[in-house]
Design a binder for this molecule. Structure first.
Ligand SMILES: NC(=O)c1ccc[n+]([C@@H]2O[C@H](COP(=O)([O-])OP(=O)(O)OC[C@H]3O[C@@H](n4cnc5c(N)ncnc54)[C@H](O)[C@@H]3O)[C@@H](O)[C@H]2O)c1
Length: 285
């Protein structure tokens, strides 16, 4: 039972009696939690990923690689990018490599199809085994989209979207949680890129007991290859999208660096089960 229950009467520091007489200990108050002494850490250092490694799916380009580059700036020691593409986007990768060099981190690339559950588990096992640094973070940013009227949606296409965006994302976070649990990773954090168009339920309640936080990021419209393709097909959409934005503009991938760094770092040590909506006010209209 959680210490945060009705009818708690505090006794001594860090302990409380529940209504039924059961005594619980708030480990944080009692100073016995396994985490670092966070209160002593200067606030900006909470955002540092020094000595940590992060895996990013969908890391070949766009949002995933942009955030990977930002994590290097936050001193992340190794960013492992995984993506179904044979190679990452050349320009974005060059920029990421330069950032790694500048900030003393590493970035590497592995081809991985997240719909292949065996491959996901093998790649994650290898990364966790090989990494010199604790792989404390996983960002699931791989995804696909199609613009087809629901009424005409071919079953095979719908299945493909579900396979990548739902099953593939689940296999990713499952493989991550297995490694984090097995290796007792400290302050582990999983971030799922969802969307303002429909946030997915997460496993925060189930995995909190292993010290794994699980949160989703729900972005609004971002200018990436994904939306460029859509707008090339339907230029009229841009005006419609702009009308839905309180800021009267679409976003760019760099605008998600801060929100994801927050979720992956110790700055969000008590944030779990949350959906961080970063959509320029779109859904609040
Ligand atoms: N662009 C937007 O407006 C927007 C809005 C909300 C959410 N998102 C989400 O953000 C994430 C990143 O999107 P983006 O805009 O950078 O698009 P993007 O197409 O540039 O990036 C998605 C990446 O996922 C990879 N991918 C696709 N299928 C995969 C698979 N089976 N296994 C591994 N990798 C696979 C792609 O190769 C690509 O590199 C996606 O999950 C997308 O749904 C995007």
């Amino acid at each position: 039972m959680s210490p945060i229950a009705t009818g708690i009467s505090p006794t001594s520091a860090g302990t409380a009696n529940l209504n039924g007489g059961e005594q619980v200990v708030d480990l944080a108050v009692a100073g016995q939690n396994d985490g670092p002494a966070r209160a002593d850490v200067p606030v900006l250092d909470l955002f540092s990923l020094a000595g940590k490694a992060v895996i990013i799916t969908g890391g070949a380009r766009g949002l995933g690689l942009c955030i990977g580059t930002a994590l290097l700036e936050a001193k992340c020691s190794h960013v492992y990018c995984c993506d179904v593409l044979a190679e990452p986007n050349a320009d974005e990768w060059t920029r990421a490599k330069q950032t790694a060099k500048k900030f003393g981190g590493e970035i590497s690339y592995t081809q991985l199809d997240i719909t292949n559950v065996d491959m996901v588990n093998e790649v994650f096992e290898r990364i966790y085994e090989e990494s010199t640094y604790e792989v404390s973070g996983v960002l699931a940013a791989a995804g696909i989209q199609q613009m087809i009227a629901s009424i005409d949606y071919p079953a095979a296409d719908f299945r493909r979207v579900m396979d990548v965006n739902v099953a593939g994302t689940f296999f990713t976070i499952q493989a991550a949680a297995r490694q984090m649990k097995k290796r007792k990773i400290n302050n582990a954090s999983i971030v799922i890129v969802a969307s303002m168009s429909g946030s997915i339920a997460n496993k925060a309640a189930e995995w909190g007991q292993y010290g794994i936080r699980v949160n989703t990021l729900s972005p609004g419209y971002i200018r990436t290859a994904m939306t460029d393709m859509l707008l090339a097909e339907r230029p009229d959409l841009e005006e419609e999208w702009l009308r839905g934005s309180m800021l009267n503009r679409l976003s760019t991938p760099d605008e998600f660096r801060g929100p994801v760094l927050y979720l992956l770092s110790n700055a969000s040590s008590f944030t779990t089960g949350a959906d961080l909506l970063v959509d320029g006010g779109h859904t609040a209209y």
